[in-house]
Design a protein around this ligand. Structure first.
Ligand code: SF4
Length: 431
């Protein structure tokens, strides 16, 4: 017997047509904690994943192009105030070489991500990289933060097809507790709109299990994805980083539940760390609300993982045909976290192809896995892991968002699986 009344009917209604559930129903699914009910949720979401994407997983090799960032988000390991890491920026030649490696792996898609830099020099640098990798015929996703619409347009014209800009939370008040003054939730939303106008496949996402976050917030996040009509979702559990104000607060018991997510090797470092932000600026009183019973704050790794998986499953049930990534952060909570993400409804995995010498300097959260595995090892490892759950890597296919194809082609029917370079489904032409 599930703790959600009429669970079977609710799941059937959600599977029948997209956007069928009201916010309280989304929140009830997210808050569910009986194992049989959660498994039914995962099974329903996975059936939809198989219906829309088959038993195939799209790969995007990630290049972490640089960890210099002008922003200071309280939760992020590469925030500009963190002095405990070495800053780096890959050269254009290095990024092109990694893009060639990605093409050789036959992933057919590439993600270039870095901290946020807004300057003409940076815009031109990325344009140059995009033009140089264009002959590789990869589906290129950028994740380079907030920029002007003109910059987004230039990068689109230079060859980028997709852009991922996470809103982190759709609740502006919660957003304000996670960012210093001058980091504007409204600008982030406006950037998502600008990306849409420029013709990108647009992706966004949130963190799950944030201090002060409620199930209603997460349900609202899923409604936000629907309202923004996004094509791709990338989200994951919030994992505290020891060199961040929010990580330190987690350890110092203001947000005790998040402490369980910090790997034991990092815990001593966290306890000896100082909060890097004046207390008046970081809203302690808001964060301490996380002890209220309605919040999502997990008290074990298992709970954090389950919350992340439920968020994937409920998002799949509500939106049906979007691309959803099984975030690497899931693997930080359990060795098979990403495979479980696929079985909860995700259809994309993003293996890191950055040279291992840079990976320790790009830790957005503590305990990030695969720091020492090169791209070849990652490929073999993922292949085996996916085969073990009855899925295959969709080599040679870009794995574009079905939702994007439908909204830009005005077609109600689902397109055939897309081959890279296929004349029947132009990548750039449809956008
Ligand atoms: S979350 Fe993004 S914008 Fe914020 S500090 Fe980290 S890299 Fe910079």
């Amino acid at each position: 017997m599930s703790d959600v009344d009429g669970l079977d009917d609710l799941l059937a209604r959600a599977a029948e047509r997209p956007r069928a559930l009201a916010r309280p129903e989304l929140a009830a699914l997210l808050a569910m904690d009986d194992e049989a009910g959660i498994q039914s949720l995962f099974d329903a979401a996975y059936a939809l994943k198989v219906k829309y994407c088959g038993k195939r997983v799209a790969m995007r090799g990630i290049v972490e192009a640089g960890n210099v960032c002008a922003k200071d988000c309280y939760y992020c390991g590469i925030r500009k105030s963190n002095e405990n890491l070495q800053r780096y920026q890959l050269s254009a030649d290095e990024i092109v070489r990694l893009a060639e490696l990605d093409a050789k792996q036959d992933y057919a898609s590439l993600v270039i991500q870095s901290g946020e830099i807004e300057s003409e020099a940076h815009t031109r640098f990325i344009e140059d990289v995009l033009r140089r990798i264009a002959p590789l015929d990869l589906g290129v996703t950028l994740s380079l933060g907030e920029q002007t619409e003109e910059t987004y347009r230039r990068w689109k014209e230079a060859g980028a097809a997709r852009y991922l800009l996470r809103i982190e939370t759709s609740n502006p008040k919660l957003y304000a507790t996670l960012h210093p003054a001058g980091h504007s939730w409204e600008r982030r939303v406006e950037c998502l709109r600008a990306l849409r106008r420029c013709g990108y496949q647009v992706g966004t996402g949130v963190m799950c299990g944030l201090p002060g976050q409620t199930y209603d917030d997460l349900a609202r996040d899923i409604e936000f994805f629907a309202e923004m009509d996004v094509d791709m979702i990338g989200m994951g559990p919030y994992i505290p980083h020891p060199d961040t104000p929010l990580g330190v607060l987690s350890a110092k018991c203001l947000v005790p539940s998040a402490w369980c997510l910090v790997p034991s090797a990092e815990q001593e470092k966290v306890l000896s760390a100082k909060c890097l932000v004046p207390s008046a600026e970081l809203k302690h009183e808001d964060l301490s609300e996380s002890n209220a019973p309605s919040t999502t704050a997990p008290s074990t790794k298992h709970q954090a993982l389950t919350l992340g998986l439920k968020m994937i499953a409920v998002t799949r049930l509500h939106l049906h045909d979007v691309n959803i990534a099984a975030a690497t952060a899931l693997q930080a909570l359990a060795p098979d976290g990403r495979e479980r993400g696929i079985h909860a409804g995700a259809n994309v995995i993003m293996p890191n192809i950055t040279d291992t010498k840079y990976r320790r300097s790009y830790q957005l959260y503590a305990g990030k896995p695969c720091l020492d595995e090169n791209a070849g090892l990652c490929k073999g490892c993922l292949e085996r892991r996916l085969a073990a759950i009855g899925e295959t890597v969709d080599y040679g296919h870009r794995g574009d968002s079905l939702h994007f194809s439908k909204r830009t082609r005005g077609s109600a029917s689902l397109p055939e699986p897309r081959m890279r370079g296929s004349a029947s489904l132009p990548e750039g032409g449809a956008e």
